[in-house]
Write a protein that binds this ligand. Sequence first.
Ligand SMILES: [Zn+2]
Length: 424
Amino acid sequence: MRTIFLAICSCLLVASFNHQAVDAVAIIDIETMDLETLEKTKKNPAFSWWSELGDSLVVGGLHKKLLESGLDFQNMWSQLLAEDLVLVVAGHRHELPAGMKLIAQSGRIMLATQGQGLESNDHMKVMKFEKNKTYVESSTHSRKQHSLNTEQSSIVKAIMDEVDVVRWYGDVATLTNWNRHISSVDIVSARDWFKSQFESLNPASVTLQKFSVSGRDAWNVVATFNPTEAGDIYVVGGHYDSISEQTSRAAPGAEDNASGSAGVLEMARVFASRKTSATFIFIVFSGEEQGLWGSKAYVRSLPTNVKSRIKAVINMDMIGYSTDDSEDVLLETSRDFKHLTDQFATAASLVPGLRYFTTFNPFGSDHMPFIDNGIPAILTIDNDWGSYPAYHRTTDTIDKISREMGAAILKMNVAALAVMAGAE
Ligand SMILES: [Zn+2]
């Protein structure tokens, strides 16, 4: 027995020193590959596993076999196994801790080599990597069949046309004039501005919801339209507080998140007088940057019979930055609410030039307290924010904001809400 064992062992030893048995991980660029070709590529006998990550197909197998496959790889790492990898969702900056190597990335989702004892924290979620799984699906290879008839499409398009991107951009600029860090006196001016903007739309109510962040007062601004006893409720939200490396000096937060909170206001204008049986609640949250305090306080305040009537929550956090002239949006929710990504994918297909990416590893923004309480919620975020140099800095100013990016996400969200709520 012992002899045989040794014999097997030495065989393996010989094999492992032989180049043929070395494992490798490689990347294939699938940005423009159609779904059929992608599915065929995944079945290539040279691969022992694959992983779909937006514009990248990550594959693993014997180094020699990968080289012999004749495929065009963007990158390849020899002596790397699937077991060496982890999935990281960036909550804040995208820099990986020292010792970790980035293998592939789509927006805030990164595939990396394992760091020593790396665990999830406030800034990143670290997950076990599983083979043969789609982590981020791009609209280029969407499995979704878009399903709006011609009449629906024309109604929805008419509503989308009411988005006024110049007005939204002007509001983003207005908000950047205030330091909106929760320790700044100026954030009260931003709060009151939102309140009066909502009031001018004649909602049933506008309330300031006060809560406390480490002993400091903070406020959500909540505008409710068409409240009913038992009807469906749709919530649109985004945080208006901001942060920077020097909050005592300035925290203009143009992208993060004047863009999204001004988006909430712009959507309120579009839906304020729409005929529908649903209730619309538009909220701008505070205390997000210190740990989602505003959205947590709001969810905590909801009676059970209201929670169960909420059909969807749309969170906008950073909707105005693009590194290039292609508009990319990330649709993020939990797998329980997959129907939301399907609905938003349909909506995105109505916006010319907008590419979308879907993922089911939600993290780190105001959609989380809703999802954690079983309420369907989705984050809509531009997919380039991770490479935004002014992120959380005093330089996050209006000149960095793209009207086209903001308009694309707003129109998608307006279309999705119009369809879900049956707006006319
Ligand atoms: Zn934010």
